[in-house]
Design a protein around this ligand. Sequence first.
Ligand code: TXD
Length: 304
Amino acid sequence: MKISIIGSGNVGATLAKRVAESELADCVLLDVVKGVPQGKALDLLHAAPSVGYQKKITGTNDYNDTKGSDIVVVTAGFPRQPGMSRGDLVKKNGSIIKAVIKNIKTTSPNAILIIITNPLDAMAYLAYKESGFDKSRVIGMAGTLDTTRFKYILASEFGVKYKDVETIVLGQHGPSMVPLLSHTRISGKPITEMAKKDKLEELKNKVRESGAKIVGLLGKGSAYYAPSAACFEMIKAIVANNDKILSVSCLAQGEYGISGVFTGLPVRLGRKGIKEIVKLNIEADELKALKESADSVKEMISTL
Ligand code: TXD
């Protein structure tokens, strides 16, 4: 198996480390900046004898080296800085996505695309349009990250282990994301029976603000350990071809009353990408929030 990662910055390089250490695939790191992907790939190779992995790792500026990839992860683009919203990146990163996809569609026409660049849902939609790939092969990474963040927040709040928290976060990767309380259980018990409304609102806001909190703390750039871990969780689900339900950004065509836009929905992933969008029974207010969240992506897409 071959995985190419476009953009060898914080998220790209950390993901390459996770892929290398898993021995799941050969890995190619590509960037526009000369020397950086080569240097990071060599550094990862120097670590191999200590850690014990054996797969090929290539650093390059040439798309020919990515030829025939099974999965292409796109992290190329600018991260936000303190005070910026993800939407502020739409124009700058839109032109980068166009350039990247133009290359990928000729070098890896059968690949599954995982888009990470922000603003996520708009960039995944753009990649879908520019690639001409089937909708099952263009997937945005965000809901898996928002879900793992929410799991952390809930486990800390209720003093339980992460494995005892069941939850999923849908909708736009942004302030309108929708943590699904109707599908949230703590040690098997519905969260709505464990906390009052105010507390639940506070917890939902905490996950919505998680990304910005890290941007503020770092002072420069955005999160990358959890984003690369969430992307790796998606890659593992694709490879394992299992029925695990994950939240990813995908093209909705009528599901949950949403159409013609990318937004975070629950899916099953497999060797060919998205196997199906899963229909969960959700509360009326959650459905309304999900539709409004999709509308805010539509607005952003109209500025592309
Ligand atoms: O949940 C999510 N989807 C996200 C998204 C979580 C975290 C980060 N998120 C977004 O991913 C973030 O807002 C950015 O838009 C991307 C990448 O974040 P990262 O933190 O990795 O940014 P870096 O460290 O600046 O790395 C970006 C790299 C850098 O090395 C550039 O030289 C390169 O992208 N770059 C390119 N590579 C290839 N081709 C082109 N055209 C290009 N332009 C820049």
